[in-house]
Design a protein around this ligand. Structure first.
Ligand code: F6P
Length: 357
């Protein structure tokens, strides 16, 4: 809005994402009333999970119909702000109807291919890291195993970064399906024998066991449980419905061998689960995200003024770059060569090895 005002461009806010676009739900956006917007969490435009292309037979026809709506809304161009789903709609509109759209990557999941970071990610990571720091107090006092469930859908960035930041003892992410016996039970046994009295397990809401482990180790769920999960409007499985943290707790409580190992070391065997859920989308953004949001907005407005549609703004290193929406809107996941993977494995292993008697 800052650049728009400076360039004599009038801004209109479209409410509730693509739902508001379809239903002409708009508000005027005057910088005079919103000059501190970057310091406030959430969005004054509200949001929704609406996919205008859901179930359409011809994407081209739908894209042309949607692009005509620019006239109804009396807008010349559109800045779409959101994750892979939201920006995927903008990309389809550009591809099939040459819509005058520009994308700004925004999701706490940080799972958008075209940018190193999305704004909201680091604020959410900090919230989860702080929560695990705080839980350590009660875990230590009660000698408990805490399984903390962290958002991120099917990408593990939030869990990996917040888990490493808080020094979680076990970190489970969707990109590396876990082996319940090897990655949880064995590690807890090694840790308690090395003298640890409490344990924090960070698990993505989308983490899930390897099929071999699911069939071998699990008593409370099966492959059908995962297959039956409901899907959202974009076809994403609602992984949070799985409730992985409680499943892990239930399975741990069935392991008498583990209880015996804890008791042999004079340590209580009590497990609790904590689902951070929407507390990770709360509060005010941190400075990194406030500044990134402003930088993205400035860059997006400049793309509009230069008529460079069909692109999204991107953070690469510490530079703001432009990538075509068609390249940027895919999903990104943590890869095996990512140094956080090695850090996680070292954090888990070296701790108990270094303390073994
Ligand atoms: O995509 C962001 C996100 O917070 C995910 O991490 C989470 O699984 C999902 O949204 C929750 O969606 P809702 O707020 O619709 O329950």
């Amino acid at each position: 809005m800052l650049k728009a005002y400076d360039s004599g461009v009038e801004c209109l806010g479209i409410l509730k994402g693509w739902k508001g676009f379809l239903e002409n739900l708009t508000i005027p956006l005057n910088i005079a009333e919103h000059d501190d917007l970057h310091t406030v969490g959430g969005t004054i435009l509200y949001t929704s999970r609406t996919n205008p292309f859901k179930g359409v037979s011809s994407k081209e026809e739908k894209a042309k119909e949607l692009t005509k709506k620019f006239n109804d809304l009396e807008i010349d161009a559109l800045i779409a702000i959101g994750g892979d789903d939201t920006l995927g709609v903008a990309d389809t509109m550009y591809k099939h109807a040459n819509a005058k759209v520009v994308g700004v990557p925004k999701t706490i999941d940080n799972d958008l291919k075209g940018t190193h970071y999305t704004f909201g990610f680091w604020s959410s990571t900090q919230l989860a890291s702080n929560a695990m720091d705080n839980l350590t107090t009660t875990a230590r006092s009660h000698q408990r195993v805490f399984v903390v469930e962290i958002m991120g859908r099917d990408a593990g960035f939030l869990t990996m970064y917040s888990g490493i930041s808080a020094g979680a003892d076990i970190i489970l992410i969707p990109e590396t399906p876990f082996d319940f016996e090897k990655d949880i039970v064995d590690i807890l046994k090694k840790r308690v024998n090395a003298g640890y009295k409490y344990h924090i397990i960070a698990t993505s809401e989308g983490a899930y066991p390897k099929l071999e482990s699911l069939n071998r180790d699990f008593k409370t769920i099966s492959k059908e449980t995962i297959d039956k999960l409901p899907k959202d409007t974009f076809g994403n499985p609602l992984l949070a419905k799985l409730g992985m943290s409680q499943i892990i707790i239930d399975e741990l409580n069935l392991r008498d061998d583990l209880k015996e190992e804890f008791q042999k070391n004079g340590v209580e065997f009590e497990c609790r689960s904590v689902v951070l859920g929407h507390t990770m989308r709360a509060g005010t953004p941190n400075s990194f995200d406030r500044i990134l949001g402003l930088r993205f907005g400035l860059a997006a407005m400049k793309l509009i003024l230069e008529g460079k549609f069909g692109n999204m703004v991107s953070l690469q290193g510490n530079k703001i770059k432009t990538v075509p929406l068609s390249e940027g809107v895919g999903k990104k996941y943590l890869t095996a060569d990512n140094d956080k993977m090695e850090l996680r494995d070292l954090l888990v292993k070296i701790r108990y090895l270094s303390k073994q008697k």
